[in-house]
Design a protein around this ligand. Structure first.
Ligand code: ACO
Length: 324
C-alpha cells in the first residue's frame, strides 16, 4: 500500500498590496463607507494582495507550482497528476490545470480542475491522495489558485473587503509511510444560497449574477459547526487525539472563525497558523499559502502532525490530517 507524502510546497502572491486604509479610501470615492477598524475587528484582515488587470489564475498558479517543484526537487516532467482547485478559472475550458501543465512544460500527466470554492484545496489534496493510494499516480502537483478579485462586487462592502488573490501548491509523492493519514470531505448543496456566484455565460451573454454574494452570519455559523465536527471525525478515524496535532492550518477566512475553532478543538493559539491578516481570504489558495508560509519560516517541520481544513460555497467543507 502506497501513501502520499507532501515533499514540497510553494506560494505566490501578486505584488500589489492593498491595505484596509487604501481600500477604504478607494471605496470612499464611490460613497461606500468602511474603515480599517471595522475590517480588522470583524475579520482580522489588515491587507490583501490584488492581481493587476489581465493577470490570470493560471499565471499565479504556475508561479506557486514552480516554487513547490523547486522546494521538492522534482522536475515538471516527473509529474503524472496535476489537480488545480479554483472558482476563478481562466476559461470555461480547457481547465486551468491544463494551462498550468503547458506553462510548466509537462506533457502527459492527467490534469483537471476541482471546484469546491474555499474547500477546493482540501478536496484536491484528498483526490490526489486517493490516486496515489490506488497506485494510479506517483508524483502529483496539487494547487489552489484564485483571482477572486475578479468576481467581487466592489460596490458591496460586506464582501469586497474580505478577499484577496494568490496561489499555493504542494507536491505529493508515493511513499511507504504516511504522509496523508486521513481525510474527510462533505457538502450540503441545500445551503448553496448562503454563499454563491450564481451567474454563467450563455449564448455569449452573462446570465444571472456573476458576483460573489454571501449571507455572512449564516456562513459563520455553518463554518464553525461543520469544521468542528469534521476535525473530530477525522482525528477519531485516524486514532489521533486532537491534542497530538502539532499545527492547525485552517481556511483563512476570518480570524474570529479560526479562534472559535481553535478554542472548541482545544488547540492553543501557538499551534494555529494564521495568514488571514496579510492575505485576506484567498479561497482555494488560502490553505496551501498558509501551509507554505509556516513550512518556509520553520514552524512546520518534518515528522509533525498537521490538520488542514477548508470550508466554502456549496456548502462544502473538509479536513486532511497529514504527517509532514
Ligand atoms: N464596513 C463597515 N460596515 C460594514 C461593512 C464594512 N466593510 N460590511 C458590513 N457592514 C455593516 C453592515 O451593513 C451592518 O450595518 P447595520 O447594522 O447598519 O445594518 C453592520 O456592519 C453589521 O453587519 P453584519 O453582517 O451583521 O456584521 P457581522 O458582525 O456579521 O460581520 C462578517 C460580517 C465579517 C462578514 C461576518 O459575518 C463573517 O465573518 N462571516 C463569515 C464570512 C466568511 O468567513 N466568509 C468566507 C467563508 S467561505 C469562503 O471563504 C468563500
Amino acid at each position: 500500500m502506497s501513501y502520499a507524502k507532501i515533499i514540497g510546497s510553494g506560494g505566490y502572491l501578486p505584488p500589489r498590496v492593498v491595505s484596509n486604509d487604501e481600500l477604504a479610501a478607494e471605496l470612499a470615492t464611490r460613497q461606500i463607507e468602511t474603515s480599517d477598524t471595522w475590517i480588522t475587528e470583524r475579520t482580522g484582515i489588515r491587507q490583501r494582495h490584488i492581481a493587476d488587470a489581465g493577470v490570470t489564475t493560471s499565471q499565479l498558479a504556475t508561479r506557486a507550482a514552480q516554487a513547490a517543484l523547486a522546494d521538492a526537487g522534482v522536475s515538471a516532467g516527473e509529474l503524472d497528476l496535476i489537480i488545480l482547485a479554483t472558482s476563478t478559472p481562466d476559461y470555461i475550458f480547457p481547465s486551468t490545470a491544463c494551462l498550468v501543465q503547458a506553462q510548466l512544460g509537462n506533457k502527459g500527466a492527467a490534469a483537471f480542475d476541482v471546484q469546491a470554492v474555499c474547500s477546493g484545496f482540501v478536496y484536491a489534496l484528498t483526490t490526489a491522495d486517493s490516486f496515489i493510494r490506488a497506485g494510479r499516480a506517483r508524483t502529483a502537483l496539487v494547487i489552489g489558485a484564485e483571482v477572486f478579485s475578479s468576481i467581487l462586487d466592489w460596490n458591496d462592502r460586506s464582501t469586497c473587503v474580505l478577499f484577496g488573490d494568490g496561489a499555493g501548491a504542494v507536491v505529493l509523492r508515493a511513499a511507504e509511510e504516511p504522509g496523508i493519514i486521513e481525510a474527510q470531505l462533505n457538502a450540503d448543496g441545500s445551503q448553496m444560497k448562503i454563499l454563491h456566484a450564481a451567474g454563467n455565460v450563455v449564448g455569449g451573454q452573462v446570465t444571472g449574477d456573476p458576483f460573489l454574494r454571501m449571507d455572512g452570519q449564516a456562513v459563520f455559523k455553518m463554518a464553525v459547526t461543520s469544521l468542528a465536527s469534521s476535525a473530530q471525525a477525522v482525528c477519531e478515524r485516524a486514532g489521533v487525539p486532537l491534542a497530538d496535532i502539532d499545527w492547525f492550518v485552517p481556511h483563512q477566512a476570518n480570524v474570529r472563525i479560526i479562534n472559535f475553532l481553535g478554542r472548541k478543538l482545544g488547540l492553543p493559539e501557538e499551534k494555529v497558523v494564521v495568514t488571514v491578516d496579510k492575505h485576506a481570504n484567498t479561497s482555494a489558495a488560502s490553505v496551501p499559502l498558509a501551509l507554505d508560509a509556516a513550512r518556509r519560516d520553520g514552524r512546520i517541520r518534518p515528522g509533525q502532525l498537521v490538520l488542514m481544513q477548508g470550508v466554502g460555497g456549496g456548502f462544502t467543507w473538509g479536513s486532511v490530517l497529514a504527517r509532514m
